[in-house]
Write a protein that binds this ligand. Structure first.
Ligand code: XMP
Length: 512
């Protein structure tokens, strides 16, 4: 096991993910409980994450001394590098020159971290995000790479197997970063890469059993890969004490609720209840135009419905959801950290603070593409795994401006035609997510000699790996023309179609 000590970086989960990708199991613990965790886990290597603090502040966090005394290999990243430096007897200070974004490092010396990728004299792109810098190395350490803003970009003591790096190897903008982390866990720490999603499955099941005890769970099923995988894991863990509930909030796509229920019943023998709550949701949302209020209202109603269903079942202790890590990071602003709330994903931030059930979220550490791998591991059919993501609040957040039943109906039709064209063109699997948005804007058109004054429909399609960043999909214009013509001809209420060419960042994938 690799122990990752978290000092509050936005990227700590990405470090864990890269370690998983190199086939090694890791556990993240907050720095406050790292000492206890070190004794419990007896890790074979330790990674110190970045974080928002500065080692020059009084009371700034430190790694427990045992980490450095135990002889295990240590890798400090960003803030982790600073605290490694200071705790080993070096000095660091906060620097007036903050380095942020793309930077280059110049390699000074060979070392096991750079094995097979970086050699002295070469320059390589990395991604920096820091305000502190090292001013004196601890004894026994030497400079391994420098950058313009950081003369000690990488330092280390090869004998003691301790390294500090200023940049972030875990982000994709450090192209060789995954290899560097893999070099650390394999080359430096000598760990075998034999950990797989199959092992993750076992651990997740064990963790669910421990958390739930002999309690009862209801699982919010949407038919997407996340909630399906969550349901299967929990079913493996606790069997018939799980009931799945699919709430039709009237914000699903055309015929979706029925299709999902059929698909699920065809493949699985899980207790599954379909609740039609569409009038209730749409009644509460009618006229609402504020995106965060929409999300909060939907989150609140979901919980109300689940609590009522739980009561009918004679009570449930837990509500399970397929929340993923990107939902968590975009909904939660870490105290003192640099991240702000982008939107309240209804799996997380859209939920009311008071609710009678506790949450079980077995996928909270994973990214979408990892959930798909886990889904394969669980034998989930391709028809589930390959489905485009669909947000919990559904069409409500694809209908900017006030929601009405009529607008939802128009949007549902346009979206169905768009997806149908995508499937016919054989593009469904090449696109990460595609959908239509109904704009609260009417424009003038001419159809069959008459004037029209109808809504604009925007089409969106993106490619992505994990939903954290995305690029707009580069369609052939012929395709867009075909989809637009069909939508305008077949959907009453739309007379103009536009295509969204915004990537994430700066846009988000959904419009609200
Ligand atoms: P954004 O719009 O934040 O979306 O770039 C990233 C991914 O998350 C989906 N999404 C949600 N999923 N509940 C969900 O379950 C939500 O509240 C929610 N909001 C966005 C979005 O569809 C995309 O795949």
């Amino acid at each position: 096991t690799v122990l990752i000590i978290d000092f509050g970086s936005q990227f700590t989960q990405l470090i864990a993910r890269r370690v998983r990708e190199s086939g090694v199991y890791s556990e993240i613990v907050p720095f406050q409980s790292a000492e206890e965790a070190f004794h419990r886990i007896e890790p074979k290597a330790v990674i110190l994450s970045g974080g928002p603090a500065s080692t020059s502040e009084a009371g700034s966090p430190r790694a427990p001394q045992i980490v450095f005394d135990s002889g295990v290999p240590v890798l400090g990243i960003c803030y982790g590098q600073m605290t490694l430096c200071v705790q080993m007897g070096g000095r660091a200070e906060s620097s007036p020159h903050r380095e942020f974004g793309r930077a280059f490092v110049e390699i000074e010396k060979e070392c096991p971290l750079f094995d097979g990728m970086w050699a002295p004299g070469q320059r390589h792109q990395v991604w920096m995000s820091h305000g502190d810098r090292v001013i004196a190395l601890p004894e026994g350490f030497e400079i391994l790479a420098r950058s313009d803003g950081a003369p000690f970009a990488v330092f280390g003591d090869t004998d003691r197997r301790m390294y500090g790096i200023m940049f972030h190897p875990e982000v994709v903008h450090t192209p060789d970063g995954a290899r560097l982390l893999s070099n650390f866990v394999h080359g430096v720490a000598g760990l075998k890469g034999d950990w797989t999603m199959a092992a993750y499955r076992e651990q997740a099941i064990e963790a669910i059993r421990e958390k739930v005890g002999d309690g009862k769970v209801i699982c919010a099923l949407s038919g997407g890969v996340d909630s399906s995988v969550a349901a299967l894991l929990i079913h493996e863990a606790i069997g018939e004490r799980l009931t799945c509930i699919l709430v039709d909030h009237g914000l699903m796509r055309k015929n979706e609720a029925q299709q999902v229920v059929e698909m699920f019943r065809q493949h699985y023998n899980l207790p599954l209840i379909l609740v039609d709550a569409s009038d209730r949701f749409i009644g509460a949302l009618e006229g609402e135009s504020d995106p965060e209020k929409k999300r909060k209202t939907i989150g609140r109603l979901f919980i109300e419905v689940f609590e009522e269903e739980a009561k009918k079942l004679g009570g449930a202790d837990f509500l399970a959801q397929g929340t993923l890590y990107p939902d968590v990071i975009e909904s939660v602003s870490f105290s003192g950290g640099p991240s702000v709330t982008i939107k309240s994903h209804h799996n997380v931030g859209g939920l009311p603070a008071r609710m009678n059930m506790k949450l079980v979220e077995p996928l909270r550490e994973l990214f979408k593409d990892e959930v798909r791998i886990l889904g394969k591991e669980l034998g989930l059919p391709e028809s589930f795994i390959g489905r485009h993501p669909f947000p919990g609040p559904g069409l409500a957040i694809r209908c900017p401006g006030g929601i009405t039943r009529e607008k939802l109906e128009i949007l549902r039709e346009a979206d169905a035609i768009y997806l149908d064209e995508i499937r016919k063109a054989g593009l469904y699997d090449a696109i990460w997510q595609a959908f239509a948005v109904l704009l609260p804007v009417q424009t003038v058109g001419v159809m069959g000699d008459g004037r029209t004054y109808e809504f604009v429909c925007a089409l969106r399609a993106v490619t992505s790996v994990d939903g954290m960043t995305a690029d707009f999909y580069h369609y052939d214009m012929e395709f867009l023309g075909r989809a637009a013509t069909r939508i305008i001809n077949e959907v009453r209420g739309i007379n103009r179609v536009v295509y969204d060419v915004t990537s994430k960042p700066p846009g988000t994938i959904e419009w609200e």
